[in-house]
Design a protein around this ligand. Structure first.
Ligand SMILES: *[C@@H]1O[C@H](CO)[C@@H](O)[C@H](O)[C@H]1NC(C)=O
Ligand SMILES: *[C@@H]1O[C@H](CO)[C@@H](O)[C@H](O)[C@H]1NC(C)=O
Ligand SMILES: *[C@@H]1O[C@H](CO)[C@@H](O)[C@H](O)[C@H]1NC(C)=O
Ligand SMILES: *[C@@H]1O[C@H](CO)[C@@H](O)[C@H](O)[C@H]1NC(C)=O
Ligand SMILES: *[C@@H]1O[C@H](CO)[C@@H](O)[C@H](O)[C@H]1NC(C)=O
Ligand SMILES: *[C@@H]1O[C@H](CO)[C@@H](O)[C@H](O)[C@H]1NC(C)=O
Length: 786
């Protein structure tokens, strides 16, 4: 009979069968012998989920912590603990009924409320609480809160020098994160919500497995100062992180020692501490120390994007311009460097003593000017601002001579030319002025995969909120394969595009998880997701609004009626995009897709690349939209769905033929079509529609002959802006675009380059050899008819 419960517990918690201590009971009473930390004894809750007992201190194995942990979890992270205590301490119940555990100085670590009649027992309960008479461990949480643990007063968690007071994360008295509206968290709900304000449910913070009720979660203030929710994966016996407060880990104070700079790794889940130029690892093992004294003669290293948040040892000298700030620092022999903000605020800070809480972030507009000896031979290891902007939006492309006959284009080109010429000039001549302009483009640094989530997880909107924001879905922006897009405005003034998805998606939790993943895909050339809504059947995504609309509207404009000067369609003022802008669009889109294919946390196919899905911002920088949406479809439908989602004319041969699995190379093909259309200014399938019987009608094939056989690229070009085409550097750029397109349009998927390679080809970083000629063999009747 006793075998059955054991069997069940083995089935439910396979791990526990192996690690369970032999002397496990669910209570400890006065009749039990006193308990030494070195005894292999544990308390086990009646449901076998929780254990309590002495575990060695993680940092010092001669010390012990009296700990509660989840039995079936790897590494046994503590839910609650008391200690540390030396190995000679005893856990006992005195004859008077006082629960007693001696700390290092002999004092009782249990509070005086842990007492009762002499026959009281220390019990480990099914909810993970330890109780003795009226006392419960739930009333004095350490670093963790469990779902069943509600607090009358606000929650307080402590880990080392970090503290969570219910609404703010604090290091000593410095607050580095707060709940929305600074309202205290009341509890962790069984669905995975951190209930902040019952009257404003949308203010709740939710985990990315929100909605799953059967999982055990815990809210823990980790030793690194971050607040996280973990979810127990019972089948693996592991805690999986499903939410964390601070996404930019370097913003947590004291992550790195004095004078060192915290730099995040590419996946945002770890950081490294780097000594700035002129410094080396400190001999004490923590932080960095100067190699040379900066006196008597000093210069400054510019540490771009580096900021020190400490208020101690810092004098705010604002407002001052860069030179004044520098002079002020040089004048004071104690000044070790100064911080200057380039957002135009004239913020100037002079630093004295050790520099603490330094971090690198592409979203900061500050650079630290570090004072070093004139003889210092290091070079700054935090530069790259100039190279980064050049890569993000190439400034080296040659600008076209605006054609006389198209005034709108001329104005457009002139504006962009001026913008880039200015930046190039300023960038070379005057670094700080360049930085000032740069602050506008700081997002561009994100192209390096070094970006962050500046505002946390995507916000969950209620349906009512979005209904209000979009005036009851009245302003339609467009429609796509996945749903209709509406324009709206949030109460905070941001303009948004709301996409209402069909109800093909799975459950709440799955939708949530996928949106979280999509929202983590950050790239200057991807449209940002700000939030979402999942209510009953309703699924909506909230995107940033991109003002200029989609590429097709610019690219495929009908010619102006008089055939000469273009004034825009429908009374609008859409200029024709000039060559440099088209090149920039091509490069941006290529990089964004390469990012999706190669750099994302999850491998993502776009599956619907076409001009309609390429949006243009106010500077005509491209933003790819609709990425990741195939992830929102039900898993088993994904493959078949993606087959039908594609748009005729942009689908790769293997896709149309339905004979090979769809890979990233299908996106490469679609991009090839877009590339050709960018150059030609027309739909590929519109090319010589009237002469389908001729061999020449298949555009890629015809274009191939023009480039590689006849060598007359100009025949392919958009005739409407042909006048602005000059044969020099620009000719090379356009030729590169066409040749790259030919590689993308290869019939066989394996022959096509990867998207990363495509971007390199466009940049001119690799030589482009002659590809095989695209054929038309796969075109079926179905494709030829409309
Ligand atoms: C249980 O604990 C006692 C006292 O520490 C020890 O003597 C005994 O061997 C343990 N029993 C088992 C089965 O390990
Ligand atoms: C306790 O368990 C550990 C490992 O399981 C073993 O090495 C040690 O000898 C045990 N100690 C006692 C007192 O049983
Ligand atoms: C571990 O703790 C003991 C007792 O407090 C102390 O004597 C020892 O120095 C500590 N060891 C380390 C490595 O901190
Ligand atoms: C403890 O003893 C008192 C009387 O001495 C009795 O009323 C009570 O039920 C006992 N409690 C437990 C948990 O055995
Ligand atoms: C937590 O600390 C912050 C910052 O010191 C303070 O503004 C806030 O009121 C505190 N919250 C609670 C619940 O004590
Ligand atoms: C400093 O020490 C850390 C950790 O030991 C090491 O990873 C890093 O490379 C060192 N840096 C330098 C500049 O020596």
């Amino acid at each position: 009979m006793a075998v059955l419960p054991l069997l069940i517990s083995l089935l439910l918690f396979p791990i526990s069968g192996q690690t369970q201590q032999p002397n496990a009971t669910s209570s400890f009473s006065i009749s039990d012998p006193a308990w030494l930390p070195t005894d292999n004894r544990t308390l086990l809750s009646p449901n076998s989920l929780f254990s309590a007992g002495f575990l060695p201190h993680p940092a010092n194995s001669s010390l012990f912590l009296f700990t509660i942990w989840v039995e079936a979890s790897a590494g046994k992270p503590s839910i609650w603990f008391l200690g540390p205590v030396p190995s000679s301490s005893l856990l006992s119940i005195s004859p008077a009924g006082v629960l007693y555990l001696a700390g290092p100085s002999g004092n009782n670590l249990f509070p005086s409320s842990a007492s009762g009649p002499p026959n009281s027992s220390l019990l480990l309960n099914n909810d993970g609480s330890l109780t003795f008479n009226k006392w419960t461990s739930f009333s004095s949480p350490t670093n963790t809160l469990l779902p069943s643990q509600t607090s009358q007063k606000s929650i307080s968690l402590v880990a080392g020098e970090y503290h969570f007071n219910g609404s703010s994360l604090l290091f000593h008295s410095i607050s580095y994160w707060s709940t929305p509206g600074n309202t205290p968290i009341l509890s962790l709900s069984s669905r995975g919500g951190l209930i902040v304000d019952p009257n404003n449910p949308q203010n709740s913070l939710v985990t990315n497995d929100y909605g799953e009720q059967k999982t055990l979660r815990r809210l823990t203030l980790s030793a690194d100062g971050n607040l996280r929710v973990y979810s127990l994966q019972r089948q693996f016996g592991e805690w999986k992180m499903v939410w964390q407060a601070v996404l930019e880990l370097c913003l947590i104070p004291n992550t790195c020692g004095p004078n060192s700079v915290c730099v995040p790794d590419q996946n945002y889940d770890a950081v490294k501490c780097v000594c700035p130029a002129g410094f080396r690892n400190s001999t004490t093992g923590v932080g960095c120390e100067r190699k040379k004294n900066y006196l008597p003669s000093s210069k400054f290293f510019s540490l771009d994007f580096v900021q020190f948040t400490a208020t101690q040892g810092t004098a705010d000298m604002s407002p001052m311009n860069f030179y004044q700030c520098q002079s002020a620092c040089l004048y004071n022999s104690n000044c070790v460097g100064f911080s200057f903000n380039f957002a135009g605020t004239q913020t100037c800070l002079n630093h004295y003593g050790n520099l603490v809480n330094g971090f690198w972030s592409s979203s900061t507009q500050t650079s630290l000017q570090l004072r070093v000896a004139t003889t210092e031979t290091d070079t700054s290891n935090f530069d790259g601002m100039t190279s980064r902007i050049q890569t993000a939006c190439p400034v080296r492309i040659s600008l076209p001579v605006p054609p006389k006959e198209t005034r709108t284009t001329a104005r457009n080109a002139a504006v962009i030319a001026a913008l880039f010429a200015l930046e190039l000039l300023v960038g070379v001549l005057c670094f700080w002025a360049f930085l000032l302009r740069y602050s506008k483009y700081r997002d561009m640094a994100r192209i390096f995969g070094l970006e962050y989530l500046p505002v946390g997880s995507p916000k969950r909107f209620s349906y009512a909120e979005l209904q209000a924001a979009t005036a009851d879905f009245s302003n339609i922006l467009g429609g796509g394969g996945y749903g209709t897009v509406y324009r709206g405005r949030l109460p905070d003034g941001r303009t948004i595009a709301v996409k209402r998805l069909g109800k093909s998606s799975g459950g709440d939790a799955e939708f949530w998880a996928e949106v979280t993943i999509i929202a983590r895909m950050h790239h200057i050339n991807l449209v940002r997701i700000w939030g979402f809504c999942a209510e009953k059947e309703k699924r909506l995504l909230v995107y940033e609004y991109i003002p200029n609309g989609s590429l097709d509207k610019f690219l495929f404009q009908p010619p102006a009626p008089d055939g000469t000067e273009h004034t825009g369609i429908g009374g609008g003022t859409r200029p024709f995009l000039d060559w440099s802008v088209r090149y920039r669009i091509a490069l941006g889109v290529a990089r964004a897709i390469a990012y999706l294919h190669e750099e994302c946390l999850e491998w993502v196919l776009h599956c619907d690349i076409k001009p309609e899905n390429i949006l243009l911002d106010e500077n005509f920088c491209p933003k790819v939209s609709d990425f990741g949406l195939s992830k929102l479809a039900k898993k088993k439908e994904r493959v078949s769905m993606s087959r039908i989602r594609g748009t005729r004319g942009y689908m790769a041969p293997e896709w149309v033929m339905n004979d090979e699995p769809i890979t990233a190379k299908a996106d490469v093909y679609s991009f090839g079509v877009v590339l050709l259309e960018l150059v030609a200014g027309m739909r590929c399938w519109d090319f010589r529609r009237d002469s389908v019987e001729s061999v020449d009608w298949y555009f890629p094939r015809w274009a191939y002959d023009k480039v590689f056989v006849e060598r007359k690229v100009e025949d392919i070009l958009d005739w409407r802006i042909l006048g602005s085409f000059d044969d020099g550097v620009q000719g090379e750029t356009i030729e590169r675009m066409v040749k790259t397109a030919m590689w993308c349009l290869q019939d066989r998927a394996v022959a096509r380059p990867s998207m990363g390679k495509v971007a390199k080809m466009l940049e001119g970083a690799v030589e482009i050899t002659e590809p095989a000629k695209p054929t038309i063999f796969y075109l079926t009747e179905e494709q030829l008819t409309d």
